[in-house]
Write a protein that binds this ligand. Sequence first.
Ligand code: 6PG
Length: 240
Amino acid sequence: MNKIVEVLPDKAILIARALDVVVSKMQAAIEENGWCTIALAGGSTPKPLYEAIATQALQWDKVHVFWGDERYVGADHPDSNQRMARLAWLNQVSIPEANIHPMPTSGENPAADAEEHQAQLRDFFKTSQEEFPNFDVILLGIGDDAHTASLFPHTEALQVKEQLVTVGNKDGQPRITFTATLINHAKCVMFLVAGAGKQQALAEIFAPEADPLTYPARLIQPQGELWWLLDQEAGKNLNR
Ligand code: 6PG
């Protein structure tokens, strides 16, 4: 694992730095493989990054967009991560609809929808039951409780190692989420963290010893690159 930690002066500069790194990796993947695969984080932090990516001159027909987790709501629900990314980015560019791979959340059965998305991923990446796809980029955030994606503290999802996708649980509300194992198979994982509210979570995540079941972002130890892009507010007291 190649870990890069950068503390940027403010969120705008953090987003600009993230744009530079993410777009260069997308372009490199397209040049090398003919396409790129990126899985998006939800929440509020990455929205300006998605707006900025929409301004870039990328070969959109070669870009495939996924989500690392999704709230178990319809695609037009205000809480939908898919809705946020479509409004901020995907609706603004000429990306084919077939290149957009949302997590299914329309059923009544989160476990079945997680299975369905897992099958969709295996079909897209042409991987066997034993293999894990290698996303070019996976974007993540952390909550104040040190969760990431929808891997929340002391939930069953943290124990799911052999699957690509599973059901997360936030205070009893179901989520669909990549497993830590799938995330750790990415070529590049990038955390975007901003705001003083994340300081304590970061301190626990970066501490030499801490329980990953209590601080799930600690489970993210990818075989590829691990980027932590922090603004000063979040990262100023961090022992890196
Ligand atoms: C989600 C996210 C989640 C998010 C963190 C941080 O569906 O909410 O995927 O893991 O990244 O909760 O959220 P903020 O960026 O809003 O602080």
